[in-house]
Design a protein around this ligand. Structure first.
Ligand code: HEC
Ligand code: HEC
Length: 307
């Protein structure tokens, strides 16, 4: 009996620390963030002035585009599902396979990716130098004016403002015990007892480790994305992906890196099968879904200001 009490104590202590609330703000440079915001919405970042970051990451609708696969330049279809840009500053690395080590590297990738913006970095700098407003803003902030590095830097600062605090769940974590209703609490209990929390934890409830998709049952991936193996070329990393953040997950259907899961219920059902090797039941799926809905936070305040 005493052993069980100790065990429960340690389990509760361990899990109590596992998820932390999103802070109200993270340190950033306001001027850079406002410049980054302008760049984020600017189609001139793409080779032919047709695609901006916001073409695929719709900031007023959850930070993704709710498509299975986004459409980039010249109607080229990207072959991996677009994650939200909300709360990306909390991820340890960027992209499903983690190939960008930070937010700046992520920007270099997307500017040049032939399916996304297909731009030449030097040509982009020349293009922006023709625009008076950008010259003024960059020169005001950066001694070396418009450079690729400064473009990426400004966008990264903007991304640090794209955090979504004060979800019901965060209010609960911050001590407002009635912020979650009975069903949401039941869902949170299941989230812990099923062991979802062993992979989805930290401030982003994900985004801090790689895990295999299909740990308990082989998963057939129709996009043939080898995940972390793309970066490490280590056989053991095949089909490992960055565990996605579950923040605002109610807004970001469809799910999985291959966009195969149309609804949140379907995604939950299949993680229970493929990640936990258990038989899903409708009641538990519904409670878990109710809990996941409580993770929707407030829209970043920088978006409430005029574009
Ligand atoms: C054509 C659609 C498209 C455009 C345009 C686009 N993205 Fe993305 N974005 C994606 C896709 C798809 C992924 C996932 C790619 C992967 O993991 O391999 C992604 C991933 C990201 C991530 C990593 C998120 C995570 O959780 O790993 C960030 C950050 C991001 N994009 C920011 C931006 C910024 C900033 C811009 C503009 C400079 C931009 N994106 C433009 C489609 C797009
Ligand atoms: C062994 C680690 C692991 C466990 C346990 C786990 N997950 Fe996940 N989860 C992942 C990984 C990895 C992905 C991304 C799979 C992919 O698309 O490559 C994922 C994806 C998801 C998604 C889709 C998110 C998106 O944006 O595409 C949801 C929702 C989800 N998990 C919820 C849960 C719930 C609820 C549980 C518990 C019932 C759970 N997970 C248990 C690792 C795990």
């Amino acid at each position: 009996m005493r052993y069980i009490i100790y065990l429960l104590f340690w389990i509760s202590l361990a899990t109590a620390q596992l998820i932390t609330p999103i802070p109200q703000e993270i340190a950033h440079d306001k001027e850079k963030a406002l410049l980054g915001k302008k760049l984020f919405f600017d189609k001139r970042l793409s080779r032919d002035n047709t695609i901006s970051c916001s073409s695929c990451h719709k900031l007023y609708e959850g930070g993704d585009d709710n498509r299975r696969f986004s459409v980039g330049i010249d109607n080229r279809i990207v072959n991996v599902n677009t994650p939200t840009v909300f709360n990306v500053a909390f991820n340890i690395v960027q992209f499903w396979d983690g190939r960008a080590v930070d937010l700046k590297e992520q920007v270099f990738e997307v500017l040049q990716n032939p399916k996304k913006m297909d731009n030449d970095l030097n040509k982009l700098v020349e293009k922006l130098k023709q625009i008076k407003a950008y010259n003024r803003m960059f020169n005001f902030i950066y001694p070396d004016g418009i450079t690729v590095n400064n473009i990426a830097d400004a966008i990264s600062e903007f991304e640090k403002t794209l955090i979504t605090p004060n979800s019901k769940f965060d209010r609960y974590l911050n001590g407002e015990k009635d912020a979650l209703n009975k069903d949401e609490l039941k869902g949170y209990e299941l989230f812990k007892s099923y062991g979802c929390i062993s992979c989805h934890n930290g401030v982003n409830i994900g985004g801090n480790l790689f895990q295999k998709l299909g740990v308990m049952k082989p998963y057939i991936d129709h996009t043939n994305n080898l995940g972390r193996y793309n970066v490490t070329k280590n056989e053991d990393d095949k089909q490992y992906f960055k565990v996605p953040s579950l923040r605002n997950v109610a807004l970001t259907a469809p799910y999985f890196h291959d966009g195969s899961q149309k609804t949140l219920e379907e995604a939950i059902k299949n993680v229970i099968i493929y990640q936990l090797g258990r038989v899903p039941n409708v009641d538990d799926i519904n409670y878990l879904k109710t809990f996941l809905h409580s993770l929707t936070g407030e829209m970043p305040s920088i978006l409430k200001e005029a574009k």
